[in-house]
Design a protein around this ligand. Structure first.
Ligand SMILES: NC(=O)c1ccc[n+]([C@@H]2O[C@H](COP(=O)([O-])OP(=O)(O)OC[C@H]3O[C@@H](n4cnc5c(N)ncnc54)[C@H](OP(=O)(O)O)[C@@H]3O)[C@@H](O)[C@H]2O)c1
Length: 306
């Protein structure tokens, strides 16, 4: 297949490209600056440069002749909604039938708008795409990125519970609430496998995750693997966390929602909201495509050392 990845210079974009090349596909990437492309991919893919996500001439050029399009844009509301719709329309014009929507997240289908603002554009895109396109997008509902749970990706939020420099994990409630989690390379691998299926044009939700875990279990595994004990500090109850979240939200500005959303994530993660994902489709993928929690922690440590 010829696969286009929009946002190919990003973290998921890069992993999706490695996986696609490994599985014998031809790759085209879309981005604003070719120099941001991972150096080991430069001579392996065709790169289409665009000025911005609404550069329709470049979007049409990028989609032309593609068998599948994957949207791997960053978590910015404008990109996830408007950017994604521009991409979907270009895919439609080019006659592309397989489209993976920006996803790889928890199951937001029962969440109302404003419950967790980062998911609002996903909800809106899903609804709008049904109103205007014949393409049936694929949604990968893979739970929380395990890297986010361990605090090794997107850790710039004040609410990040890991204080590894002090050997601490700061939890709320019992710390035993479980969450569905997937390392990013696993999520990338399943995405390409779904695209290779004969029924990929039918789109739909794919529920698959690598492991279920809690903050306490993750701290224990991390301690066992490194030999360094992680001290669990309890910050407060779940009710107290909800109070902090409400306070930060009330003081915040909705147009800058990332400034308080870390608290909403923490509340939802500790409160079991991300446990709602099912493993409905795990059996569709080979067991070796799912990394265990121990192997994940070992891989992360190896990456930190290299
Ligand atoms: N479940 C989880 O825990 C979790 C966590 C994080 C992300 N995710 C999912 O994974 C998806 C991909 O995230 P990621 O972390 O891989 O993204 P990322 O690396 O932050 O960014 C991906 C790409 O977005 C493009 N981009 C950024 N701003 C842009 C703009 N204004 N206009 C056009 N393009 C722009 C950039 O491409 P160029 O600069 O080359 O144009 C960038 O390489 C997210 O949308 C989200 O759905 C899930």
């Amino acid at each position: 297949m010829l696969i286009l990845i929009a946002g190919i210079t990003g973290s998921m974009g890069t992993l999706l490209t490695y996986e696609s090349l490994k599985r014998g596909h031809t790759m085209r990437g879309l981005g604003r600056d070719a120099s941001r492309l991972s150096s080991d991919l430069k001579d392996k893919i065709e790169f289409v440069e665009y000025k911005n996500y609404h550069d329709e001439e470049a979007l049409d050029r990028a989609c032309l002749g593609c068998d599948a399009v994957i949207c791997a844009y960053a978590m910015q509301s404008e990109l996830q909604l408007e950017g994604q719709l521009f991409l979907l329309r270009a895919a439609d014009r080019a006659g592309v039938k397989k489209f993976v929507a920006d996803s790889w997240n928890g199951d937001y289908r029962t969440m109302s708008l404003g419950f967790q603002e980062s998911y609002d554009p996903y909800i809106a895109f899903r609804a709008q795409s049904q109103l205007e396109s014949k393409i049936k997008p694929i949604y990968m509902l893979t739970g929380c990125f395990a890297e986010v749970l361990l605090g090794t990706y997107h850790t710039n939020l004040e609410s990040n519970p890991w204080k590894l420099e002090k050997g601490e994990l700061r939890i709320w409630g019992t710390g035993n609430e479980t969450m569905a989690a997937s390392p990013m390379p696993d999520a990338a691998g399943w995405t390409i496998r779904v695209l290779e299926r004969e029924d990929a044009e039918e789109g739909g939700d794919w529920f698959v995750y690598s492991f279920r875990t809690s903050y306490r279990e993750l701290a224990k595994v991390y301690g066992d693997v490194t030999g360094n004990h992680i001290e669990i500090i309890t910050e407060g109850s779940l009710e107290e966390l909800s109070k902090v979240e409400r306070r930060e939200r009330a003081a915040g500005d909705k147009t800058q929602f990332w400034e308080y959303l870390g608290w909403t994530y923490l509340k939802n993660m500790h409160g079991g909201v991300f446990d709602s994902a099912t493993d409905e489709h795990n059996a569709e993928f080979p067991p070796e495509s799912r990394t265990s929690i121990e192997d994940f922690v070992k891989q992360q440590l190896r990456m930190q050392k290299s």
